[in-house]
Design a protein around this ligand. Structure first.
Ligand SMILES: Cc1cc2nc3c(=O)[nH]c(=O)nc-3n(C[C@H](O)[C@H](O)[C@H](O)COP(=O)(O)OP(=O)(O)OC[C@H]3O[C@@H](n4cnc5c(N)ncnc54)[C@H](O)[C@@H]3O)c2cc1C
Length: 445
């Protein structure tokens, strides 16, 4: 296949066969003759939880915007998932969040979502992608170096090793790096003598302890969850229903409010939450897994779009490009937005630079939403006026929305990336917020 003006489109390689890599491969398959996914883990049709995606042992809530893009890329997939044990439900009617100022109201929002584990979703997307005639998988293969074309500086492929340590090189016209939060791209660029993009980062220590259980929550809600909120509410958690009547219990802590690695402390943590549902649930249900712990360090965004010199054909997607504090549940959706940016770029005959500009635009709002809260954990010392104002405004919205179903619906549309943050700043909303101030989001009692 010949490209109009951007990339040569014979062979593309995707490094990393998880969420972002699979979505990218689906898009590339429409524009390249051949697509090869290389993945360090061994992957079979039944593979679910795996070493290469350690965060998969923790709840992964897919926002409605991410679900919409997945439905566009894989028609019928979400219905198939619903039939195999993850029915659709309305966000406001079935998902309750506890803030210090109260619960979110029970109301129909029109936002359709599903509950499933991260590996369950990935397994189904993987089956669809590997069913495409021009997509191949090389699993058990760890990429360790990029190859570049000498005269042009464009990417020319990669080299890596299989599980027996045998080295192999693969040539390609484009390489998409989707290697997640452990990405070695910077190292690969440095050792090839190429410039490394600058990065923005916000350091927030977040820890999760999660466990899979048999049986849905007893109270009829699909999700009951106490949310953390900067700067004082550093402890959260709850129970989320997943596929086929399983559920996950999660304890979440910010900073030194670390989550418990031990059984007894896990129960004590649940008992310390401002509602009894999580403690009752874990006391009354059969665990299906060990306790899993994950410690994360906030937000990080590689500024590839600012690079004047960047190898043609080298594209970065998902967490390898931009990753967020997981408490905001944005990563799967942002990776889907990156896939959409790739589809638009390839559809218009663009190259790496066009793609990275589009991916940056797609990442900006989630970044601002995450960073304006995360900059406030240390009391807002590193926060500028914009972050302080947005956080203050969000605090007012959260305080008021437990008694204002329309305000909650607007909050949910923004949270699910179905509307921009402006939805919470229209003159009507500002007037309602100004009229009845409500008490601020306070320290958890
Ligand atoms: C605790 C936790 C909870 C989260 N909860 C949510 C949530 O509720 N909702 C949400 O949307 N997001 C959530 N996220 C974020 C989400 O996990 C990521 O955004 C998402 O996994 C990104 O997908 P990815 O494909 O970019 O990376 P990953 O899922 O990390 O996948 C990277 C893949 O690359 C492979 N790989 C890595 N290096 C190589 C190599 N050298 N060669 C070959 N293969 C390689 C790995 O084996 C893996 O398969 C959470 C994250 C964490 C840490």
């Amino acid at each position: 296949m010949a490209d109009v003006k951007g990339l040569i489109r014979n062979h593309a390689i995707v490094v990393g066969g998880a969420h972002a890599g699979l979505l990218a491969a689906r898009v590339l398959a429409q524009h390249f003759d051949r697509v090869t996914i290389v993945e360090r883990d061994r992957l079979g049709p039944d593979t679910t939880f795996r070493a290469g995606v350690p965060q998969g042992y923790h709840p992964h809530f897919l926002l409605a915007r991410g679900a919409q893009i997945i439905a566009e890329l894989f028609p019928g997939l979400l219905e198939e998932i619903a039939e195999s044990g993850s029915p659709f439900y309305d966000y406001g009617d079935n998902f309750r969040l506890k803030f210090p100022s109260g619960w979110t109201p029970k109301t129909v929002t029109g936002i359709r979502i599903q509950g499933f584990s991260r590996p369950f979703l990935e397994q189904r997307i993987r089956a669809r992608v590997l069913d495409l005639d021009n997509v191949a998988l090389i699993d058990g293969f760890t990429a360790d170096r990029l190859l570049f074309d000498d005269p042009t500086g464009a990417v020319a492929g990669l080299a890596g090793r299989d599980t027996a340590g045998v080295e192999r090189s693969l040539s390609a016209d484009a390489v998409v790096v989707a290697t997640g939060r452990g990405s070695k791209l910077e190292q690969w660029l440095r050792s090839a003598g190429r410039p490394v993009p600058p990065a923005k980062s916000i350091d927030v220590k977040v820890s999760y302890t999660s466990r899979l259980y048999q049986g849905p929550p007893d109270d009829g809600w699909k999700v009951t969850f106490a949310y953390v909120y900067a700067p004082h509410v550093r402890r959260g958690g709850g129970v989320l229903e997943l596929e086929s009547g399983t559920s996950m219990a999660l304890a979440m802590g910010i900073g030194e409010e670390g989550c418990p690695p031990e059984e007894k402390q896990f129960s004590e943590f649940a008992e310390s939450l401002p509602f009894p549902e999580m403690a009752d649930y874990i006391a009354g249900h059969e665990p299906m897994s060990d306790l899993h712990r994950f410690v994360d360090h906030g937000d990080w965004w590689s500024q590839v779009h600012r690079m004047r010199r960047w190898p043609e054909g080298l594209l970065v997607a998902g967490d390898a490009l931009c990753r967020f504090n997981p408490i905001y549940a944005q990563g799967l959706t942002v990776a889907a937005l990156h896939a959409r940016a790739l589809a638009t770029t390839l559809g218009r005959g663009g190259g790496a630079r066009d793609y990275h500009r589009r991916a940056a635009r797609a990442s900006l709002t989630p970044w601002l939403m995450a960073s304006s809260s995360d900059l406030m954990w240390d009391g807002g010392r590193g926060a500028g006026l914009l972050a302080r104002l947005s956080h203050w405004h969000l605090g007012r919205v959260i305080t008021r929305m437990s008694e204002d179903a329309d305000l909650f619906r607007r909050f949910a549309l923004v949270q699910h990336m179905l509307s921009g943050p402006g939805t919470l700043s229209t003159p009507t909303v500002l007037w309602r917020l100004a009229r009845r101030p409500g008490s601020p989001v306070q320290r958890q009692g």
